[in-house]
Design a protein around this ligand. Structure first.
Ligand code: NAP
Length: 477
C-alpha cells in the first residue's frame, strides 16, 4: 500500500522527512503514516499540474473520458480493499464504506461521459457579416480540499468533472483520512492518467493552502468542509480572484406531516440521521413531527433507534461506528447536556457508549423529545448520532421553523398530499429537498447548498460548469 505523496507522477516523501500518523478512530491505534509536506512540495505539485495542463486540455473528451472511466473501474475492482481501508481510517461501518466506494466511482463514470457533452453555442449575431461563437474551456489548475467524513466520494465528486473538463488538480485530503485519497492516486497511475494531472499532498492544511492562494497559476479552488473554514478560504481566495466552489456545513430539517406514510418516513429518518454516525453534511439535524402523528412517529423512531448496533465499523452487523475524534464526542455530549438543561427529554441513549477494548469515541444513538429553538442542537451541526424532535401544528409553522437556520444544504419532508409536495418543495430554502426521500444523493443530480452552506454544484451536468470558463469569440467574416 502506497503512503507517499503523488507529485508529478512520482511518489515522494516530505523534503525534511516529516510524517503524520494516521489512527483508527475506533481503537486509536496508529495504522499508518503519511508525509507532512510544506511549501516546497506544494509549489512542486503546482508546477507539475501547470506543466501538465496544456497537453491534458488538448486531448479529446473521449480520450480523457476513457482514462477517468478506467479509474472508476479500478475503484470498483478494488472495492473491498478500499472499503476496508476507509473503515480503518474513518470508522464507518464496512457496509457503508462499500457503498461509498461505489458512490465515489459513480461520479467518475458519470463525468467520463458528461465531458463528451461539453457543448458550446453559436448565437445569432446582430450584423450580417458577424458570427458569435461561445466556447467552454477548462478553468485551469484546480486545488481540491476535502473533509474526512466521505474520504473517497468527496474527492471523486470534484476530480471527475475537473478532469473531464480538462483541468489538472492538486488534492489536499483531510489529515484524518489521507489513505483513501492516496489509494485513489495509486489507481489513477494504474489507469494511465498522465503524470502531473493528479497530485496529492498531505500535511498542514494552512501551510499548503497559503502556497495555493499565493500562486496565480492556480485558477480554481473546490472546497468541501465546514462553513468556518470555507469563509476563511473565501477571504484568502480574493488575492488571486480564484474561482470557488464551497460545499459547506448543513443543518437539515426533517418534517413529518400528519398524512405521512410512517412505514417510509421512519426508516428514512433512521438512515438519514444515523448513517456515518450522524457525521454527514446532509444528515437530518432537526425533526419536526405534526401534532396528529408526533407520538406515533416518536414511538416508532425510538424503537428503531434502540435497535441500532454501536461498535467497531469492521465488525459484522455494526450499524453505528465511532466518532472521528475526541472533540467530536465532546461536542455531541455538550449538545445533549445543553438540550437536557433546557427541558429536553431523552427516552433513548443520551450518553457515551463504552465498548471493551475500544477507544472512548462512541456515543449511544439518541432521541431527544421537546426540542426548542434555543437549544444548541437546533442551531449548530451536532455531527453525531442524536435526533432531536419538536412538535408542530400546521404547514406554515413547519416551513418557518425549517427555514430558521443560517444553513441551506438539505431538507426533508414526508406527506401523501400531492399539492403539499410541490408547495413545500418550493418553500424550503435549501439546495436539496428530499420529498418523501431520505437519501437524495446521486451522481447525476446537482448537489450543493444555499445561504451559509455555500455555493456551486457537484454532480450531473451542473458540475461541469464549475470547471469551465465561457469564452465568446466575435467573428467578423
Ligand atoms: P474542516 O475542518 O472545514 O476541514 C475540511 C478540510 O479543510 C480538511 O482537508 C482540512 O484539513 C482543511 N482545512 C482546515 N483548515 C484549513 C485552512 N486554514 N486552510 C486550508 N484548509 C484547511 O471540515 P471537516 O471537519 O473535515 O468536515 C466536516 C464539515 O464538512 C462539516 O461542516 C460538514 O457539514 C462539511 N461537509 C460538507 C459537505 C457538502 O457537500 N456540503 C460534504 C461533507 C462535509 P485538515 O484535515 O488537515 O485540518
Amino acid at each position: 500500500m502506497q503512503t507517499k505523496n503523488l507529485i508529478g507522477g512520482e511518489w515522494l516523501e516530505a523534503g525534511n522527512g516529516d510524517r503524520l500518523e494516521v489512527r483508527n478512530p475506533a481503537s486509536d491505534a496508529v495504522i499508518a503514516s503519511v508525509p507532512s509536506v510544506g511549501a516546497a512540495e506544494t509549489r512542486k505539485a503546482i508546477d507539475a499540474a501547470w506543466n501538465a495542463r496544456t497537453a491534458w486540455a488538448a486531448r479529446t473528451a473521449a480520450d480523457r473520458g476513457a482514462l477517468i472511466a478506467s479509474l472508476g473501474r479500478l475503484m470498483r475492482r478494488d472495492s473491498e480493499r478500499l472499503a476496508k481501508l476507509m473503515t480503518l481510517e474513518q470508522g464507518k461501518p464496512l457496509a457503508e464504506a462499500r457503498g461509498e466506494v461505489g458512490y465515489a466511482a459513480s461520479f467518475l463514470e458519470w463525468a467520463a461521459e458528461e465531458g463528451k457533452r461539453l457543448y458550446g453555442d453559436i448565437v445569432p449575431a446582430s450584423a450580417p457579416d458577424k458570427r458569435i461563437l461561445v466556447l467552454r474551456q477548462p478553468v485551469g489548475v484546480t486545488a481540491i480540499i476535502t473533509p474526512w467524513n466521505f474520504p473517497a466520494a468527496m474527492i471523486t465528486r470534484k476530480l471527475g468533472p475537473a478532469l473531464a473538463a480538462g483541468c489538472p488538480v492538486v488534492i489536499k485530503p483531510a489529515e484524518d483520512t489521507p489513505l483513501s485519497a492516496i489509494a485513489i492516486g495509486e489507481l489513477a497511475c494504474e489507469a494511465g492518467i498522465p503524470a502531473g494531472v493528479i497530485n496529492i499532498l498531505t500535511g498542514d492544511a494552512a501551510t499548503i493552502s497559503e502556497v495555493i492562494f499565493d500562486d496565480a497559476r492556480v485558477r480554481k479552488l473546490s472546497f468541501t468542509g465546514s462553513t468556518g473554514v470555507g469563509r476563511l478560504l473565501m477571504g484568502k481566495a480574493s488575492k488571486n480572484l480564484l474561482r470557488l466552489s464551497l460545499e459547506l456545513g448543513g443543518h437539515a430539517p426533517f418534517i413529518v406531516f400528519d398524512d405521512a406514510d410512517l412505514d417510509k418516513a421512519v426508516p428514512a429518518a433512521v438512515a438519514c440521521k444515523f448513517r456515518n454516525a450522524g457525521q454527514t453534511c446532509i444528515c437530518a439535524n432537526r425533526f419536526y413531527a405534526q401534532a396528529g402523528v408526533h407520538d406515533e412517529f416518536v414511538a416508532r423512531f425510538s424503537k428503531a433507534i434502540a435497535e441500532l448496533r454501536v461498535g467497531d465499523g469492521s465488525t459484522e452487523g455494526v450499524t453505528v461506528g465511532p466518532l472521528i475524534n475526541d472533540e467530536a464526542v465532546a461536542k455531541v455530549e455538550e449538545h445533549v447536556e445543553n438540550a437536557r438543561s433546557l427541558g429536553g427529554r431523552v427516552p433513548v441513549g443520551g450518553r457515551r457508549a463504552r465498548i471493551d477494548g475500544l477507544a472512548d469515541r462512541f456515543y449511544e444513538p439518541t432521541l431527544i423529545e421537546g426540542m426548542t429553538p434555543e437549544m444548541m442542537i437546533c442551531r449548530e451541526e451536532t455531527f453525531g448520532p442524536v435526533a432531536p424532535v419538536a412538535k408542530f401544528t400546521d404547514e406554515a409553522e413547519a416551513i418557518e421553523q425549517a427555514n430558521a437556520s443560517e444553513y441551506g444544504l438539505a431538507a426533508y419532508f414526508f406527506t401523501r398530499d400531492a399539492s403539499r409536495l410541490m408547495r413545500v418543495s418550493e418553500a424550503l430554502e435549501y439546495g436539496i429537498v428530499g420529498a418523501n426521500d431520505g437519501g437524495p444523493s446521486t451522481a447525476q443530480a446537482p448537489f450543493g447548498g444555499v445561504k451559509h452552506s455555500g455555493f456551486g454544484r457537484e454532480g450531473g451536468r451542473y458540475a461541469m460548469d464549475e470547471y469551465t470558463e465561457v469564452k465568446y469569440v466575435s467573428w467578423q467574416l
